[in-house]
Design a protein around this ligand. Structure first.
Ligand code: GLP
Length: 246
């Protein structure tokens, strides 16, 4: 696909199918710059529906995000909860409890990880899972090394990831929380369908490793290769290091 906008349109088509499926399973959602055009396109699409169709989408919406920083309140503008409230929950007119994330302020983050994965299981598990790709090959916040069975948990973020995400924290990697709660590869691989969304030249090298090298803990996204319904949506810049046929 030529650019991030074309990728966003293709992602939204698939989200739309998932939202109209019966029975409808929860969506698995991601944060990050890659998702901004996707959620922008989703807002535009919803606005084109009739009021009745919009209500049907709203009434059945339930989504679970991948991850949240430990130590940030949901109303902290740097939290992933705030990102989701700005991007989807408020613009789409959803109730806060329809757009779920781990609680970054939980007193016991490991217990919160167990509670979160239990609430996802109780809701029937994820139907369509959206994923971005970290510069070091992480998905969610599953930092390398990471096995395919890793569960939802609280973990330490790598220096590379804190630097990658420093933009939302005034540019200082040291200001990025040191820990996060993330769904594990176990929950991600349990989704019915996975959409890996990758845009921009900076991701070309790690995308190539994730898709073409044998799955390994050093590139957590490489485990996605074992999923029977993985679809990879990329722009031309991110696809630059892949063989032409892909
Ligand atoms: C972040 C998030 C991931 C996201 C990835 C890529 O750290 N935890 O869920 O997909 O890194 O981010 P971006 O899209 O901003 O490049």
């Amino acid at each position: 696909m030529p650019d991030a906008q074309a990728v966003a349109t293709a992602v939204v088509e698939r989200v739309w199918q998932a939202l109209r499926a019966a029975p409808r399973k929860p969506l698995g959602l991601a944060t990050g710059r890659t998702m901004e055009p996707v959620y922008g396109a989703l807002r535009v699409q919803l606005g084109r529906l009739s009021p009745h169709e919009q209500q049907v989408i709203r009434d059945g919406w339930l989504s679970f995000n991948l991850d949240e920083y430990v130590g940030l309140a949901a109303d902290d503008p740097r939290s992933f909860a705030a990102f989701m409230a700005d991007q989807l929950q408020r613009p789409l007119g959803l109730r806060p409890d329809q757009v779920r994330l781990p609680d970054g302020l939980a007193v016991d983050p490991q217990a919160e990880a167990r509670r979160y994965t239990a609430s996802l299981a109780a809701a029937g598990g994820v139907g369509l899972q959206l994923l971005g790709l970290g510069g070091n090959g992480h998905v969610g916040f599953n930092e390398p090394p990471c096995g395919a069975q890793s569960p939802c948990r609280c973990l330490e973020l790598s220096a590379a990831t804190r630097a990658q995400n420093a933009g939302a924290f005034g540019g200082a990697a040291g200001a990025v929380p040191a820990r996060a709660i993330t769904l594990g590869l176990a929950e991600i691989l349990a989704a019915e369908r996975i959409l890996l969304v990758v845009t921009g030249a900076a991701k070309a090298g790690i995308l190539r490793r994730a898709l073409l090298e044998p799955p390994c803990p050093e590139v957590p996204a490489s485990w996605l290769q074992v999923h029977p319904r993985l679809e990879v949506l990329v722009d031309a810049a991110a696809a630059a290091a892949l063989p032409p046929a892909r």
